[in-house]
Ligand binder design. Sequence first.
Ligand SMILES: [Zn+2]
Length: 135
Amino acid sequence: MWKCENCGRTFEKTNQSHYCKEKPKTIDEYLDTFDEDRKNIMAQYRDLIKETLPQAKEKNSWNMPTFYDGKNIIHFAGHKNHLGIYPGPKGVEEFLEEIKDIGLSSTKGAIQIPYDREIPMDFIIRLTEFSYKNR
Ligand SMILES: [Zn+2]
């Protein structure tokens, strides 16, 4: 692990290039704080949510990419080995059986999807639509 003395973030690779300023304000800036592999995977989730909800706007809120339309709809965040999707407690509850069936784990308001797992597209689309209707 390498810790950037400037911003305090830690990375696996020494001198990893990253967004090294104040906290990212946009999703692009947020994605730039990750290595290429994670960034590319997260960008695919972002595109999928954007295609599902073209009317939603994006912001970086609580340092999590966030989609909103009046109210927050759904967030995601990059972690070391997985992407976290945050549809809120209602979304997790609604899809709990399916989350287990497709082999994902979840907490009260978050679903963990390992980066090396194929994107469960159909599930993400329905989860996003549910979160929109129940925002
Ligand atoms: Zn830095």
